[in-house]
Ligand binder design. Sequence first.
Ligand SMILES: [Zn+2]
Length: 403
Amino acid sequence: MQFVRSSYDARTLNKHLIIDHIRFSQGGSSRASLAREVGLSRATVSTIVNELLARGIVREAERVPRRGGRPPIRLEINPGGGFVAGVDIGATHVTLVLADFSGAVLAERREPLNIMDGPEICIRQVDVHLRALLASQGMSLEEIAAFGVGVPGPVSQETGEVIAPPIMPGWEDFPVRNTLQTLWGRPVLVGNDADLGALGEWVYGAGRGATHLAYIKVGSGVGAGFIFNGEIYRGAQGYAGEIGHITLLKDGPLCTCGNRGCLEALAGGAAIARQAQEAVQRGLPTRLDAIQPVERITARDVALAAQMGDLVSQQIVTQAGHYLGIAIANVINLLNPAVLVIGGGVSQMGDLLLEPIRHTARERSLPGAARGVRIVSAVLGMRSSGMGAVAYAITHALHALAE
Ligand SMILES: [Zn+2]
């Protein structure tokens, strides 16, 4: 994630470029590679690297013995430089991750939460879980350099407010960033959960080093995040990636956004659960109601029944995969990503869902673009957005330290 502001003087700007290169370069950074790839003189690189070393932001990695001469000294972010926390607020769960500046996870927890309860209740719960997580490590809020927080709706980058979120009633214009900053007394960065999922997979997961990455989060709802040339693409107001609300069926089922036939209303976790409940109520031959009383059937139950050979459940999942595949073919045609990562809770169903997605996505996208894209599952699984929140917080913390 490049951190370039035009208002920086050249030296500060170079410092930020060097930190980003050390963090994200796939081959590892040495003083020589920095000079070559960032386009600075060896003397400038040396001066800046020495300052970053002296301030404990960067350190020299241990030398790996190698035949044929002395290897260059590799530079890395100093993990002991400080700590951050990533918080991923989803529709039904919150994931909290405590990490050091290298992104190594010290502790994490996942707790139930209902986004429909509104901001006051949810934020109180997040606060309780966060303090418990810190206490489990004998740490205090003051030791956290920055917090990254993901929410399942569009977020204004200027104000840190949630804007018109379809699955977040009561959260509209709620100042998430300011509320948490006041509560925790530390810098808080707020982002859309799918954007942070893309970032998490790009920094730590399936999309490392990819110049063009698309991440599709299939949970209760469906969202997408994009990283182009090392930057999250948010669009003008932060709505980019609302793939869940593209229309696939003109007169299809009603969606939470008020429209009909949206992808999310056909293939999100909530839609899968609803289709299963309707199947039971219509008396279709299924064992779904043996798992749960009909009104409590979830997408997870559908996956379970499908794996046990329940044909109705298998059809529901395959159909959802088919719709997701159509939407993903459109993403491939529109954006030509090199890597397309599928993550989120519902994607944990595995091949049952991923096979129809892959098949339909390839069948319905242009052959050249289809050949050029790797469609993969999220390496970080349920933690993509939480780790993206960690990466976001580390970015802020490192660059604030280097100012
Ligand atoms: Zn919709």
